[in-house]
Write a protein that binds this ligand. Structure first.
Ligand SMILES: Cc1ncc(COP(=O)(O)O)c(C=O)c1O
Length: 403
């Protein structure tokens, strides 16, 4: 079983092709994100292989990566997008045209539902009540309708906020809730079931989960057209057990005669981006050497604090590995705006360029301007080595949300 915080085994800097951050990105303004075209494409190829060999369909979960300018890189390899609500559904419809749009939302709003029907192909409800309320509208609009189930099978430890199977979870319908709420009329509305229970996990956890799904919902599944395995499958991570995933997909498709969908977010854009930052100040407090960067964990890589995890950093090691240990922090007022403890071959100095890896996922779509921090510009590193500026941000982006 994998742990949600274990990010360091990834080859986060493969995309640099042996060049140093200074050589590649030395001229860029910091902080900035750099999305790596070639690494995205490589992820797409791996995912397409799974889809081709099994017949499953793979969607991009946009909550993890929604830099739509790069959707054309992924689109040839994917069946479409997954959205968490109205805006992501619209983005998927607009920016990956001709592909499927699937939506799951914890609860839909009456004032948005009509518009959602314009964008979505599959609509997944979270509860029997939401299915009852909105299912008939979705059916009349010709949509494929699903219900998210909760197989009550936790396969991860220590990250309760990422465990939709934790006791008392609001996500997904348990068998008890199903038995209390699903009438024959509601069952007749359903085309498929959906579960999402994993986080950065391997196929062994999926295997265990599928057994729980079968135990609780095995009687219902033969009545369904599709089964969506959700996200959290770390398929593009080196060492991920792809054959085992494919056995899981094949077994479900054969046993229940369903179309299987996977909707990974991380796996689509894993190790396909960087955050470049510079050292603004170096201080010492007691034993601890500290470097304050122009990038903030709280603003620019919020999952570092939320998950939490220690992002990969080019040329740096664990605190004891190299002679010079530094605690890296952001410039905000938050005492806990700490990126992590690292060690370096040489002491850090003002102006040094640092490059964090695996920064395409849950970053640009999750960042914020807390403390009036500027949003980092976004660049694309093309296969040719050429850098393209995708977006710059300024004071207006901070101000316009506030009044
Ligand atoms: C319903 C659903 N699908 C897909 C995903 C994508 O997960 P990941 O980025 O871990 O693959 C999530 C993540 O929270 C989710 O909640």
């Amino acid at each position: 079983m994998e742990n949600c915080g274990m990010k360091e085994s990834r080859p986060a800097f493969t995309g640099l092709g042996g060049l140093s951050p200074q050589e590649l990105f030395g001229e860029l303004p910091t902080p900035c994100y750099i999305l790596d075209d070639a690494m995205l494409l490589r992820n797409g190829e791996i995912l397409a292989g799974v889809a081709e060999r099994t017949g499953c369909k793979i969607l991009l979960a946009q909550k993890a990566f929604s830099n739509y300018s790069l959707y054309p890189v992924l689109a040839p390899y994917l069946a479409g997008t997954e959205a968490s609500g109205l805006y992501e559904a619209r983005l998927g419809r607009e920016e990956m045209p001709g592909k499927e749009v699937h939506v799951f939302c914890g609860a839909y709003r009456a004032d948005e539902f009509e518009e959602l029907l314009e964008y979505a192909d599959h609509i997944v409800f979270n509860s029997p009540r939401q299915l009852e309320r909105f299912g008939p509208l979705a059916r009349d609009a010709g949509k494929s309708i699903g219900l998210r189930i909760n197989p009550e099978c936790s396969t991860q430890e220590g990250h309760a906020i990422y465990d939709p199977c934790a006791p008392g979870s609001r996500l997904g319908t348990t068998r008890t809730q199903w038995d209390a709420g699903i009438t024959p009329q509601l069952l007749a509305l359903l085309d498929g079931l959906h579960f999402h229970t994993l986080c950065e996990q391997d196929a062994d956890a999926l295997d265990v989960t599928l057994r729980a799904v079968e135990e609780r919902f095995g009687d219902v599944l033969p009545k369904m057209k599709w089964l969506n395995f959700g996200g959290g499958h770390h398929i593009t991570r080196p060492g991920y057990d792809i054959p085992r995933l494919e056995r899981c997909v094949n077994a479900a498709q054969e046993k229940w005669d369903v179309q299987v969908y996977l909707e990974p977010g991380e796996a689509c854009a894993l190790n396909a981006g960087y955050l470049a930052a510079r050292v603004l100040d170096v201080l010492q407090n007691g034993e601890i050497q500290i470097a304050i960067l122009d990038a903030s964990a709280a603003c620019h890589m919020p999952d570092v604090l939320e998950m939490p995890y220690r992002p990969p950093l080019y040329g740096a090691g664990k605190p004891e590995a190299l002679p010079h240990a530094f605690r890296l922090g952001g410039p905000t007022c938050l005492a806990g705006d700490i990126i992590g403890d690292y060690s370096f071959a040489a002491p850090l100095r003002e102006g040094d360029l640092l490059l964090f890896g695996d920064m395409a996922i849950y970053t640009t779509c999750k960042n914020n301007t807390f403390n009036g921090m500027p949003l980092p510009d976004i660049f694309v590193l093309h296969d040719s080595g050429k850098l393209q500026r995708l977006r710059t941000f300024g004071y207006a982006d901070f101000k316009q949300r506030l009044g």
